[in-house]
Design a protein around this ligand. Structure first.
Ligand code: PMP
Ligand code: GLN
Length: 398
């Protein structure tokens, strides 16, 4: 994306522009396109959860929650971590509720970084992280994720070793990974852990897609890897798991010294997060596999519908292991530029998608890569594919 200078804006944020999610969703709305761009479900959350939120409002849970979060939700977050990952946290001293995973990450970086400290991320990188690092006065070092001939994303130990240096304070890891859909294996987590321990750095994990993992693969948190519990800040949220991306309730789990640091920063950002929604989510978080297994199955079916449809259009599709995104290279169809492609798609074809070149350190590495979301009803995915089938042949090649 082009970056013009924004008057008044601090130098720290010059060059970041407007998030591509806002740009593409605005285009989708303007042209009444099927929005397979920004990741949000087009279906309702579980009725019991919606009802619990209405009830919490009726029950009078409408004033400030405690800064660290409603106790029942902190307890539920701890129970959820034990139930699904076998990691135990003390709700009093190790769990903090945040305004979405986004605030969890932002507050953690505000807490841990001094000006000039470095944060290592894997690229392509979710667009919040570079901006969050910049706002905290840090600088970004990237480790490239690359696809092998089978389309599987991985990283080289040499690249990771080269990215970690004396100023590295944090390795920021997103698994399951947006936008590639990669789920870091236990073996990969161990390779990262070895580097983190040797360099004495903290690993911050963003696990918002922890329950959207397919084909029977497990999701493992870095906090469960040997030697990592006390140097991992584990961030997640309710948005994806419960189809409530607009609720913006997330959490941060970490050993007491790290939690104290995160809370020290978080109290000055939002102070506290939506009280009735916290009350509603507390019981839902311990629904367990009776809820998460059918959820993953539903998303796997949606993934397969979208992937099959994209394959039939002539695209080379690697099925993602997790998340709710699939990435394809539109150069297979003769479109040379992902950004130009996604800017014309809503109006010309009636579909929105996300260009990925801006998620890479060197945009040329992502040229042609386009992300489609499958957190949509099957009818919406089918409609999107039908529009692409009709519209793409008529779209001028760029
Ligand atoms: N992290 C990643 C990797 C995401 O894809 C998203 C998507 N919105 C978020 C964080 C945001 O989570 P929240 O809405 O809980 O802030
Ligand atoms: N995480 C979602 C996505 O990647 C939404 C991002 C956003 O709107 N900032 O599409």
């Amino acid at each position: 994306m082009e970056h013009t200078r924004t008057p008044h804006l601090t130098a720290r944020l010059q060059g970041f522009g407007t998030t591509v999610f806002s740009e593409m969703s605005a285009l989708a709305a303007r042209h009444d396109a099927v929005n397979l761009g920004q990741g949000f479900p087009d279906f309702d959350p579980p009725q019991a959860l919606a009802e619990a939120a209405r009830q919490a409002i009726s029950d009078g849970h409408n004033q400030y929650a405690p800064g660290n979060g409603v106790p029942a939700l902190r307890r539920a977050v701890a129970d959820h971590a034990t139930m699904h990952q076998g990691v135990t946290y003390d709700p009093e001293t190790e769990v903090t509720i945040a305004t979405g995973a986004t605030e969890g990450v932002v507050a953690t970086l505000q807490a841990l970084l001094d000006v000039g400290d470095e944060v290592v991320v894997f690229a392509p990188v979710y667009d919040v992280y570079p901006a969050a690092v910049a706002m905290a006065g840090g600088s970004l070092r990237t480790v490239p994720l690359r696809q092998d001939p089978d389309g599987v994303w991985g990283f080289d130990d040499e690249d990771l070793a080269a990215a970690v240096g004396p100023r590295t304070r944090v390795i920021l890891l997103n698994t399951p990974h947006n936008p590639t859909g990669k789920v870091f294996s236990v073996e990969e987590l161990r390779r990262i852990a070895t580097v983190a321990i040797a360099a004495d750095v903290v690993v911050v994990t963003d696990e918002v897609y922890e329950h959207l993992v397919f084909d029977g693969l497990p999701h493992t948190t870095m906090a469960a890897v040997d030697g990592m519990r006390d140097r991992t800040v584990r961030v997640s949220s309710a948005g994806k798991t419960f189809s409530v991306t607009g609720w913006k309730v997330g959490w941060v789990c970490a050993a007491p010294p790290l939690t104290q640091a995160v809370r020290a920063a978080k109290q000055w950002i939002t102070f506290t997060s939506g009280t009735p929604l916290q009350h509603a989510l507390a019981p839902a978080l311990t629904w367990g596999e009776a809820f998460t297994t059918p959820l993953a199955a539903q998303y796997q079916a949606a993934r397969d519908l979208l992937c099959d449809g994209l394959s039939e259009l002539g695209l080379d599709v690697t099925r993602p292991q997790g998340s709710y995104f699939v990435t394809v290279d539109v150069r297979d169809l003769g479109f040379d530029d992902d950004v130009a492609f996604c800017r014309t798609l809503p109006q010309q074809v009636g579909v929105a998608a996300i260009p990925l070149s801006g998620f890479f350190t060197d945009p040329r590495d992502g040229r042609g890569l386009v992300r489609f979301a499958f957190c949509k009803s099957q009818a919406m995915i089918a409609e999107g594919i039908a529009r692409l089938a009709t519209g793409l042949p008529t779209l001028p090649r760029t």
